[in-house]
Every structure is written in structure tokens, then in C-alpha cells.
Design a protein around this ligand. Structure first.
Ligand code: FAD
Ligand code: NAP
Length: 382
């Protein structure tokens, strides 16, 4: 069945669609240090339309156990009436759905510093010149830590709600194509768990999806940076997506397969260990067997003494990449971590252009800028 169109869709960022979570399965085996999951949500009844490369906005609710702990620590009951950022409701509902109750805000920290009988360190760290020290101090600290640390502070439920920020939705790259999976959206999500100050912490939205979501409010977040498949299905593509950066490329591959695009496809994937972190291994191997996925090069970063990353795999295949890019007009797409990976992959691409194209630094820059302006070098990184 072809996807319905969005023309009359009433579902937007301010009125998200109440989708159903129908699949929640691990992409890692038990001995993995990571918890990366595959989710499928059912959008029947929406009339959804999106393009591969788009993301979705997901509205989580907070962890009820943390909400209960906050209510108890405040000495409240939870049924107190409050005016939250969005509506008049109870303290419990506001903490569950409306407020950011994990990471602190400057407003919250100032309120703590003003009310605490003794908070010399916090007062000092709140000085503008100590911003970096404050950030370091706050790393891994949440609202509940301050409530426990300063039991002398008495908050009315309304005062407490007033110093919290609004709970924000999270974005996730769509990892499926409507042409292959009508009325569905798939996600590939790393579930955030970590320990700090002796407590187990949970990422709000990734654990909402992993541990308790049944209904998931969503809307489409179109990709405005033109992170798209080439218009011509005959154009080869090189996709570099380590970790959950693989998400949009799974969608690209599904879409190209569904429309019978003949262009060659080359995926560079990277993760920690081959035996437990090879996401979508069966699908990718099947694509390779039938010749649809022309090449799949994987970098297992923790399977040997030194690190092996996607950019190392690129450099091992430099001559072939140069041939695809320069002679065959391939598009080069990168998704994932902006802080380190995307910069290193960019440097590897420049090295390949320089060495195999026989170009100077200046000529390499010109070549890369042309790739970008021709929309042949596309990145979805942050
Ligand atoms: C366009 C776009 C697409 C995205 N696509 C995907 C995707 O496909 N898959 C995916 O998994 N993510 C994706 N993300 C990231 C996603 O939006 C969320 O940021 C991520 O899931 C974490 O959200 P959360 O609510 O679970 O965690 P949060 O509650 O937001 O917690 C994360 C925060 O916890 C803190 N923290 C985390 N680890 C530690 C630690 N070890 N020590 C101390 N503090 C720590 C940090 O402050 C961090 O910012 C995308 C983001 C964007 C902008
Ligand atoms: N759509 C998107 O753009 C998107 C989607 C999802 C996530 N993200 C972002 O990507 C980041 C990582 O997410 P993740 O948990 O999926 O990945 P991850 O598992 O942390 O990393 C995936 C692989 O990349 C390796 N790696 C580390 N540093 C690298 C580098 N400089 N160059 C190349 N590879 C490197 C890791 O190796 P080691 O750990 O062994 O060093 C690991 O093998 C997060 O910051 C997240 O916000 C972006």
C-alpha cells in the first residue's frame, strides 16, 4: 500500500501523533558493554509522509521511579495542584510530563544557592568566571542530588516546578523507508545508562523507549541540510556511519532496494566488537550476498590491541574510494558523532583526495568545496 500524504495531517510538533511502539529489540548480545536497540513504531492512522534522511521528534515522559523519589524528598504527596509550564495539573503529572527533572538549569542552581544554609562551593561556582569549573562539577549531577544534599531547603510544590526547565523532546534519525515499511518508522538508539556519584542514571528518552513506552508521541523533523539520497538511482553512494550513525543508511538502503535503484552502495560501519555489536548483521550480509550492497567494510574498535575506526578502513581502501568519487561521481555521506568521528573522517577523505588525486592542500580544499556545493558530500552529524 503506498504511503498516504501529509497534506491534511493534523499531526505536528505541537500536536504529535500518538504512535504505538511495536518492536523493541536489542542489537547487541548480552556481553556487550553497549545497549543499542532497534525500535519500530506503528503510525497507522497518521497519513505520514517523510523522506529517508529525515529524523523524528519523540516526546518522552520521565522515569516514574525518579518522580516518586523527588516527591518524597520534597516531603510532598504528589497530588498538590501546580501550574506547570504547559497547564494546571498535579505535582506528579508536572514532574512526569512537563518538566526537565534530570539535568539542572542555572535558575535551579541559583535557587538552591540562595536558599541553602551552606552552599559556599556552589555560590562560588556560579560566578561567571567559573563557568568551566561549574560545568565540570555538574557533569553527572542531577536535580535529585541537590535535593538530597540540601534537605534544609523547603520548597513548595509550585516553587520547585517554577525553577525547572521544560522537558524537551529528542530527535532520532529514521532508520527505515516508507517504501519498504509503510506506516512504520524504525529507530536505532543507543540507550543512555551511566553511573555517577554512586547512582545509576538513565537518559530520559532512550530509557523511556527501552523500558516503558507503549504509546510514543512523535512528529517528523525534516532534514533541512539536504541529507538525502542522490536523485539519480544510478549514482554510487559511499556511506560512513559508525555506531547509531548507521540509522539513516539502513533507511537509504531500504529505499534504494525498494525502488530498484541500480547505483552501487558502499557502507563503512564501525562499532566496538564484531561478535556483539554488529548491528543489522543479517540484513547487511543478505544485501551483500545478493550483490545489492556492493561493499561493507567494518571497523571493530576493541577487537585488537590498537583502535580500528571507519577512517582507517577508508584509508585502507583509498584507491577504490578515489575511483568511486572521481571517476564514477559517487556521493559521500557521513552520519554520527560530530565531535571526533566526523572530523577524522573528513581528514581521511581529504588525504585520499590529496594523495590519489595528486592535489595540493589548496586544490584539495577546492575539490571538497565543490563536492559540498554539488551536494555530493553530505553530513548529518552533531
Ligand atoms: C538530528 C539528530 C538525530 C539523532 N539521531 C539519533 C539516533 O538515530 N540514535 C541515537 O541513539 N541518538 C540519536 N540522537 C541523539 C538523541 O537525540 C538523544 O540526544 C540521545 O538519545 C540521548 O537522549 P536521552 O534523553 O536518552 O538522554 P538525556 O536524558 O538527554 O541524557 C544525556 C545526557 O546525560 C549526560 N551523560 C551521558 N553520559 C554520561 C556520563 N557517562 N557521565 C555523566 N553524564 C553523562 C550528558 O549530560 C548527556 O547530555 C540524535 C540527535 C540529533 C540532534
Ligand atoms: N544522526 C546522527 O547524526 C547521530 C545518530 C546517533 C548518534 N549520534 C551521536 O554519535 C555519537 C556516538 O554514538 P554511538 O553510541 O552510536 O557510537 P559509539 O558506539 O560510541 O561509537 C561507534 C564506534 O565509533 C568508534 N569511534 C570512537 N571515536 C571515533 C573516531 N574519532 N572516529 C571514528 N570512530 C570512532 C567507537 O570506538 P571506541 O568507543 O572503541 O573508541 C565505536 O567503535 C553520540 O555523540 C551521538 O549523539 C549521532
Amino acid at each position: 500500500m503506498p504511503p498516504e500524504t501529509t497534506a491534511a495531517s493534523p499531526y505536528t510538533r505541537t500536536n504529535p501523533f500518538p504512535a504505538k511502539l511495536v518492536v523493541n529489540r536489542s542489537l547487541c548480545s548480552e556481553d556487550s558493554g553497549k545497549d543499542t536497540r532497534h525500535f519500530e513504531i506503528d503510525l497507522t492512522g497518521w497519513g505520514l509522509n517523510y523522506e529517508v534522511g529525515d529524523s523524528m521528534t519523540v516526546w518522552p515522559t520521565n522515569d516514574p521511579a525518579l518522580v516518586d523519589e523527588i516527591i518524597k524528598t520534597l516531603g510532598a504527596k504528589g497530588d498538590e495542584a501546580v501550574k506547570s509550564p504547559n497547564r494546571e495539573t498535579t505535582l506528579r503529572e508536572a514532574l512526569l510530563r512537563d518538566c526537565r527533572i534530570t539535568q539542572t538549569t542555572p535558575k535551579f542552581l541559583k535557587a538552591v544557592a540562595e536558599r541553602a544554609t551552606a552552599a559556599p562551593l556552589l555560590n562560588d561556582l556560579l560566578k561567571p568566571e567559573r563557568k568551566q569549573d561549574l560545568d565540570a562539577y555538574l557533569w553527572g549531577m542531577e536535580v535529585i542530588d541537590f535535593l538530597i544534599e540540601h534537605p534544609s531547603i523547603k520548597w513548595t510544590p509550585q516553587e520547585f516546578i517554577d525553577v525547572l526547565a521544560k522537558l524537551q523532546p529528542r530527535l532520532y534519525s529514521i532508520s527505515s523507508s516508507l517504501k519498504a515499511r509503510p506506516n512504520q518508522v524504525h529507530f536505532t538508539i543507543d540507550v543512555v545508562h551511566y553511573e555517577s556519584r554512586g547512582r545509576q542514571r538513565k537518559g530520559v528518552c532512550s530509557t523511556f523507549l527501552a523500558e516503558r513506552a507503549e504509546n510514543v508521541p512523535v512528529s517528523v523533523f525534516p532534514n533541512t541540510s539536504k541529507f538525502r539520497l542522490p536523485e539519480d538511482g544510478n549514482t554510487p553512494i559511499i556511506m560512513v556511519g559508525p555506531g547509531t550513525g548507521i540509522a539513516p543508511f539502513r533507511a537509504f538502503l531500504q529505499e534504494r532496494k525498494a525502488v530498484g535503484a541500480k547505483g552501487k552502495n558502499w557502507l563503512f560501519f564501525g562499532s566496538q566488537h564484531e561478535h556483539c555489536n554488529y548491528f543489522y548483521r543479517e540484513e547487511l550480509e543478505e544485501y551483500q550476498r545478493d550483490g545489492f550492497l556492493t561493499r561493507c567494510d567494518c571497523a571493530w574498535s576493541r577487537d585488537q590491541a590498537g583502535k580500528s575506526y571507519v577512517q582507517h578502513k577508508m584509508l585502507e581502501n583509498a584507491a577504490e574510494i578515489w575511483k568511486w568519487m572521481d571517476s564514477e561521481g559517487a556521493h559521500f555521506c557521513v552520519c554520527g558523532d560530530a565531535r571526533r568521528m566526523a572530523k577524522d573522517v573528513d581528514a581521511a577523505l581529504r588525504k585520499i583526495i590529496q594523495e590519489h588525486g595528486g592535489k595540493s592542500d589548496e586544490q584539495t580544499n577546492v575539490y571538497v568545496e565543490k563536492l559540498k556545493s554539488d551536494k555530493r558530500y553530505k553530513r548529518d552529524v552533531y
